[in-house]
Design a protein around this ligand. Structure first.
Ligand SMILES: NC(=O)c1ccc[n+]([C@@H]2O[C@H](COP(=O)([O-])OP(=O)(O)OC[C@H]3O[C@@H](n4cnc5c(N)ncnc54)[C@H](O)[C@@H]3O)[C@@H](O)[C@H]2O)c1
Length: 317
């Protein structure tokens, strides 16, 4: 398969690129390196079969449409985005220029190239908005009422994907990701707390827990997420599909697990709760099991060990 990955120099994107190359696919990456890095693509660039091409380009640039048309991918994995919810609140125009207009360039390119499918990285933690306790873990049928400009852009791109399928027969799957963590992750992403804790635990610095630490998230490991992307290239047509574990982990539990794995026994430091923080979040992934044959297999202790090891090696090197 010939694949094009936008955001392929980022955390999830570069892990996807490595997996696609390992399976023998030909991969083009488009990334402006605003938060991603070439270091994430070191393995891909060393690929002996030369099945890898990197294009440094901002997806807001209309030249992307011609680039995709020229490269003629069969499947476009669209992951490039402004990912910081707080930035989307302080500068929603900037956020929408990347996440909406940039996404439209991707869709136009895919349409003109005659691509078979677009697999989109949506956000299960934000598109549903506030989910009532009795509706957790959230299903895809939950109303989409995002509470941040970032969540709105993810919802809107889902709407465009649906319309492009009807209008232009461009197939899609939107993967509504939970809080993705793993090696190469960025502290600004939706599971940023894992990277922050890892860095501080390794430097033997105290970790801060805001509020009572009972707030929960659904932490899903990056390799498991990438597996869902690969499956979605051929399955789950026309659907939004949650990718999460369905398990709610509190910040207190996350810290306890990571501290145990890092063999640190100092307690976390408490700080005042952050206003507007969602109290609970988790995603029901039964549709992913049914439609993609996907279930997550990495538990939090194993995943945390991989993150700690990655940061340890990076700091040493
Ligand atoms: N990490 C999570 O927990 C999570 C959860 C839900 C959804 N997502 C989505 O998954 C995707 C990947 O996220 P990630 O965590 O790997 O983040 P990341 O920041 O590591 O990756 C995003 C990549 O997109 C690139 N990029 C940003 N703006 C660009 C632009 N204008 N033009 C070209 N490239 C640009 C960045 O350089 C980076 O390499 C994003 O769409 C994000 O919204 C992530």
């Amino acid at each position: 398969m010939r694949a094009l990955v936008t955001g392929g120099a980022g955390f999830i994107g570069s892990t996807l690129v490595d997996r696609l190359l390992a399976e023998g696919h030909e991969v083009d990456v488009v990334d402006d390196l605003s938060s991603g890095s070439m270091a994430n693509l070191a393995d891909a660039r060393a690929n002996p079969d030369h099945r890898f091409n990197f294009h440094r380009l901002d997806i807001r640039d209309g030249a992307l449409v011609e680039l995709i048309e020229r490269r003629k991918p069969e499947v476009v994995f669209h992951l490039a985005a402004q990912i910081d919810v707080r930035v989307s609140v302080s500068d929603p125009v900037h956020d929408a220029m990347i996440n909406v207009i940039g996404s439209l360039h991707v869709l136009e390119g895919a349409r003109r190239a005659g691509a078979r499918k677009v697999v989109f990285a949506s956000s299960g933690g934000t598109i549903y908005g506030a989910v009532a306790d009795e509706d957790l873990p959230a299903k895809e049928s939950h109303p989409q009422q995002p509470l941040s400009p970032y969540g709105i852009t993810k919802k809107v791109v889902g709407d465009y994907l649906f319309a492009y399928r009807e209008l232009h027969q461009l197939e899609f799957t939107a993967l509504a990701l939970a809080n993705v963590y793993g090696p190469r992750q960025d502290p600004h992403g939706e599971a940023g707390v894992v990277a922050i804790f890892a860095g501080r635990l390794l430097r033997d610095e105290p970790c801060t827990i805001f509020g009572d630490g009972a707030q929960t998230r659904d932490y899903v490991f990056v390799d498991d997420v990438v597996d869902a992307f690969v499956r979605a290239a051929h399955k789950g047509d026309g659907l939004i599909i949650n990718i999460g574990t369905g398990i709610e982990t509190s910040v207190n539990e996350l810290y306890a697990t990571m501290a145990r794995v890092a063999q640190v026994d100092r307690p976390a430091v408490s700080a005042e709760a952050r206003p507007g923080e969602l109290a609970r979040s988790s995603l029901d992934a039964s549709r992913a099991e049914m439609q993609l044959g996907w279930t997550p297999w990495t538990d939090l202790a194993a995943g945390s060990a991989a993150v700690l090891e990655f940061f340890r090696q990076r700091d040493a090197g």
